[in-house]
Design a protein around this ligand. Structure first.
Ligand code: GTP
Ligand code: MG
Ligand code: ZN
Length: 291
């Protein structure tokens, strides 16, 4: 039995990287009986078959796991959020940041297509997220702007790109990793959302310890945490919550809520609080429909 890392999953086959070689494997045996799934990023035990194939027998324990995009063992997610086509969507961004926080994966927010927005809007948006405590950067991938900042954050880690279709994930991935060419959408494609260019999650090795995965865009995402815990994944709420009158304040209908006070005074962006309320409601609905 040998061990390797799954770098691609296509219609029942898994490409497993092991010491510089890639083997096309199927998953069979004991492990399928247990109903385990294999994700890109998984470390697996496999039996070699011939020189280029193999059979996966076991998935090793995962360090981290994301649902969208589906990938295991990443340390870092670059959340791509474009200013236009698709339009900036803070709710989707905050939802993706919630998913990363719950999964224990460090995020970098890449505000993409910065060349298509006014400089004032770009700096205000980036600064808002920096003030919240996130690593945030404006990216104009085609001009190379912001690319070096993101690249510096890849070193020694396994990174995946996440965000809606058309946000510029593959374009950014190509700029980050010269010599690698992920398929990107056509420039002329201005028909709006819905067209997915990238179809599969694919991990590419930049050096021994640095990997990057391009992934399909997504618009649907479950809330991966109970409603009462959503607030714990808004880092800017944490310090404020100590001054709420109720120890378990949900920052919703409670009186003397320091978070709501901060929103009213503009110290917490209204859009962040709107995201929080919507995510809380969605988590509640998920809980109620589970019964
Ligand atoms: N002006 C401008 N256009 C960009 C930039 N980044 C990407 N685009 C364009 O946006 C479109 C979509 O880019 P992709 O990189 O394919 O987007 P994606 O996020 O990989 O999309 P999916 O694979 O469908 O999830 C293409 O037409 C790109 O040329 C940018 O920084 N500036
Ligand atoms: Mg793509
Ligand atoms: Zn409160």
């Amino acid at each position: 039995m040998r061990e390797g890392r799954v770098i691609r999953a296509i219609s029942g086959f898994f490409d497993v990287f092991d010491e510089g070689c890639v083997r096309r494997c199927r998953a069979r045996g004991v492990f399928k009986v247990k109903g385990t799934t294999v994700l890109v990023g998984d470390f697996v035990r496999y039996e070699p078959v011939g020189s280029q194939e193999g059979i996966i027998r076991e998935v090793l324990p995962r360090r981290t796991m994301l649902i969208r995009p589906p990938i295991a063992n990443v340390d870092h997610v670059v959340v791509a959020c474009s200013f236009v086509t698709p339009d900036l969507n803070f709710y989707m961004l905050d939802k993706t940041l919630l998913q990363a926080s719950v999964a224990g994966v460090e995020p970098t927010v890449a505000f993409t297509k910065a060349d298509l927005a006014s400089p004032d809007r770009v700096s205000a948006t980036v600064e808002t997220y920096q003030r919240l405590g996130y690593e945030a950067v404006a990216v104009a991938a085609k001009r190379g702007e912001g690319v070096a900042v993101v690249r510096a954050r890849l070193v020694g880690r396994v990174t995946v790109l996440a965000g809606p279709s058309g946000a510029g994930k593959s374009t950014l991935a190509n700029a980050l990793a010269p010599g690698i060419s992920f398929k990107t959408g056509e420039v002329s494609e201005k028909i709006g959302r819905g067209r997915q260019t990238t179809r599969h999650v694919e991990l590419v090795r930049l050096d021994d310890t640095t990997w990057i995965a391009d992934a399909p865009g997504f618009s649907q995402l479950q809330i991966p945490v109970p409603s009462r815990e959503v607030r714990l994944h808004f880092p800017e709420f944490r310090a404020l919550a100590e001054d709420c009158a109720y120890r378990d304040c949900l920052h919703l209908d409670e009186d003397h809520c320091a978070v709501k006070q901060a929103v009213a005074e503009g110290r917490v962006p209204a859009s962040r609080y709107a995201s929080y309320k919507q995510l809380y409601e969605e988590a509640r609905e998920q809980e109620l429909s589970a019964y």
